[in-house]
Design a protein around this ligand. Structure first.
Ligand SMILES: Cc1cc2nc3c(=O)[nH]c(=O)nc-3n(C[C@H](O)[C@H](O)[C@H](O)COP(=O)(O)OP(=O)(O)OC[C@H]3O[C@@H](n4cnc5c(N)ncnc54)[C@H](O)[C@@H]3O)c2cc1C
Length: 466
């Protein structure tokens, strides 16, 4: 018997750790709620609810196969060693984490299990292709530039870990703590639909419809046409390998129009971005807390700003930034393009440290992806993998005019502006800093002047890099 320790891989299909455990005999499925997982779930109430729903669904799938999920709270090494002794398991397989702190915990656990005489099989499951499988650049530290990574990755086959015939589950007679509830993590959020069947149906639905318009949807937030799969990838209710294979298959459809095929290729590129940031963190675990670019490590970003609360609350006076922040607060998710604009605003207009922004979003996002969050925040802040000479500073008003020209997205998330005519805030703000609205409330004035703030930041940046 071998233990499969579930972590952020809450499914049975195409599962690398399950396949590794099943090679050694019947599998005992276990979930350990340790301090680190507990803290991450406590930070975001919607994340806790998603996790609970996915855990319950996993348990139900196991019960259909005559087993069940054994749930225990406590220190992972102690719990796993005790259970292995109780039921005669010879080892533990589990999926690797990619953030510096998680990687360290994985290595410690591996050492503790081996010291206890157990086999420890730590496997790559989250990325479609394991970091080491992609030929490394000269310094042996993985790819620092996305385009080169993407080109190399495209040439590789996507592995599969679907081994239904191998899979035998132990009929777990062993004691289990009750499955978690959102309230265990201080959350009263309603349980969302989160399971491997929901994720598979969402992917199928997306690939048959919205994915064909992804070229537009990835930039136009009002369309709400991106996949919304990020929480599923984050908690592993679907594997990235399945998503990539299904997309490749869809691209082969001979009846697609050129634009549709182009959209699907862009979606594949988005999927690869996730793998890219995971491998970046894998080879550079120190970047969880420090910039990838050595020259930017001591660049002074501020730790706060008088308008930091306004940014968090969606009250900066820049409608696209505010709409994004309110979408995040109300749903636990934000449209990808708006994420870039809102993050750029924090780093450049307010000059605030990317780590402050990342940690603020961590308290709101359903996703629990420290490595992906860090990679993106560094990219936006101009201190990470983007090798452009200067950071791309988004003008939040130009972006709104270009990608939300009728303000459909802005109006959806900013009720104060629902009935305000477009021109009122798009062109005349200089003359009317506090915009009076029909119900007596007011949309706030801009907290900073974008043009002046961006120029001041660029001057400091230029000094550093020249
Ligand atoms: C500042 C900033 C912070 C971010 N933080 C996170 C985070 O904490 N967790 C997270 O999963 N994504 C993060 N992203 C990436 C991206 O915005 C989200 O993955 C995307 O919004 C999720 O929506 P979707 O599933 O509809 O994406 P789609 O556009 O449908 O893309 C499909 C999938 O591709 C992957 N993907 C797409 N874009 C990226 C990207 N830039 N980086 C990595 N993977 C990507 C995601 O897994 C996503 O689910 C961040 C982006 C920015 C700019």
């Amino acid at each position: 018997m071998f233990i499969c320790r579930f972590t952020h891989d809450l499914r049975l299909e195409d599962h690398a750790a399950l396949a590794a455990a099943a090679e050694a005999g019947p599998v005992l499925p276990i979930l350990v709620l340790d301090a680190e997982l507990d803290q991450s779930l406590r930070r975001s109430p919607r994340r806790a609810a998603f996790f609970v729903a996915a855990v319950c669904a996993l348990d139900a799938s196991l019960r259909e196969r005559g087993s069940r999920l054994v749930m225990r709270r406590g220190d992972a090494a102690e719990v796993l060693t005790r259970i292995a002794r109780e039921c005669g398991a010879t080892g533990v397989a589990w999926s690797a984490r990619y953030d510096g702190a998680g990687m360290q915990l994985d290595e410690t656990l591996r050492a503790q299990l081996e010291e206890a005489g157990l086999q420890a099989r730590l496997v790559h499951d989250a990325p479609a292709i394991a970091p080491e499988e992609i030929e490394r650049s000269d310094d042996g530290m993985g790819y620092r530039a996305f385009q080169a990574y993407f080109e190399r990755r495209r040439a590789l086959p996507i592995p599969s870990f679907d081994r239904p015939l191998l899979m035998r589950f132990a009929s777990a007679e062993i004691e289990s703590d009750p499955l978690p509830q959102p309230s265990d993590f201080g959350s009263n959020a309603a349980l969302p639909e989160a399971s491997s069947s929901v994720a598979a149906a969402a992917l199928e639905q997306f690939l048959s419809s919205s994915a064909l318009l992804y070229a537009t949807a990835q930039h136009v937030p009002a369309e709400d046409g991106t996949s919304h799969l990020s929480p599923h990838f984050s908690f592993g209710t679907i594997s990235m390998r399945v998503a990539v294979r299904a997309t490749l298959q869809r691209i082969d459809d001979p009846f697609l129009l050129n634009e549709e095929r182009h959209s699907l290729r862009l979606f594949l590129r988005s999927l690869a971005l996730r793998d890219f940031f995971l491998q970046l963190a894998w080879f550079h675990p120190e970047t969880q807390q420090m910039a990838l670019q050595e020259r930017m490590r001591d660049f002074e970003f501020a730790q706060t700003h008088p308008a930091l609360d306004a940014w968090c609350e969606g009250k900066t006076g820049y409608p696209l930034v505010d709409a994004g922040m309110r979408q995040l607060a109300q749903t636990g998710w934000m449209h990808p393009h708006v994420r870039a604009v809102a993050a750029s605003f924090l780093c450049f207009d307010l000059g605030v440290d990317w780590r402050v922004g990342r940690d603020a979003w961590d308290r709101l996002l359903v996703e629990d992806d420290p490595a992906v969050a860090t990679g993106n925040w560094q990219w936006i802040a101009g201190v990470g993998a983007d090798l452009a000479q200067y950071p791309r500073i988004y003008n939040p008003e130009t972006q709104a005019r270009r990608f939300d020209p009728e303000a459909r997205y802005i109006r959806r998330w900013l009720p104060e502006l629902e009935h305000a005519p477009l021109a009122t805030w798009q062109r005349k703000r200089e003359e009317t800093p506090m915009l009076p609205l029909f119900d007596g409330s007011a949309y706030p004035a801009r907290v900073v002047d974008h043009g002046a703030a961006a120029r001041a930041f660029l001057a400091r940046y230029r000094e550093r890099v020249s």
